[in-house]
Design a protein around this ligand. Sequence first.
Ligand SMILES: [Ca+2]
Length: 316
Amino acid sequence: MKNSNLTPADITDIDNLPSFTPEQLVGFCDAESCFYVGVSSRPKSHLGFQVRIQFIIRLGVDSVSALFAIQKYFGGVGTISWGNSAKTAVQFSINSTKDIRNKVIPLFELFPLISSKRQNYEDFLRVLVIMESKAHLTSKGLDVIRNIAKVINTGRSHQDKVSYIESIANSIVITPAWLSGFMDGDSNFRVFVQTSPRRRCDLRVAIGQNSHDIILLEKIRQYLGLTNKIVPNTNYKGTITNVLQVIVYPFKIHQTKIVPICKTFSFITSKSQDFETYATVIERIAQGQHLTTEGFNQIVEFVLQRRKTSNKNKIV
Ligand SMILES: [Ca+2]
């Protein structure tokens, strides 16, 4: 995809970018970022191979303004481009070792990642150090990088990831800012309403993560004061996946934990629209609006209306 870079002129709300705190961004990166290390054959270069590292965040096109906000946070470095040929995804990436060192690393040194992604970050940082010393141009350095590239991200065993997260368990502390950022990436909000055969309104927030991160999910569960168990997610066919979920059902926890946390640290992706619908329904229920037929019908109408108008594409 040539000339696929997006510029501020491509989005409708560049003057109104979402804002966030550094810790919130780290939570978001625990959910949505990727630390890429690649070694590819390049006959013309020294040793015949080229090493490339990249910090990447890929989102649905509806959340493109979040990427511009993140790019701004990192001092305007990196590029934003289409993330796939169907143009349903957008991608922010930084691949200059200098920009990674000066802009990306300080964030994660200040607020370390707390999911098993931190292991990828640590490997990525080792490669960066090797590249900075030019040791990637020696066969010894290249070998070290090759071995890292083999395991980083998807190449590690489940047990390796579990052992890693166990080793950092004591440093995993859930904070509101981190949690809101993480939920912006890896949660979903469901508001289910029906008027017949009986009036029903179910609110559910699910926070999901791969099963190797069960320690993290357990800490989130405790932080929110939930008593229900962490459960495996099932896909649309009803098959159990390797994703585990913390699910919030109790109204009191929606009202006293999720809403205040996610209002204080607003979502930066298009998920903010789902959150607003959910938060408004909670507010109306707290006021007792659902107790009368008329009030309940108004809630249903509001939810259906929101469903129709949300997720507007933000690319011009
Ligand atoms: Ca994720």
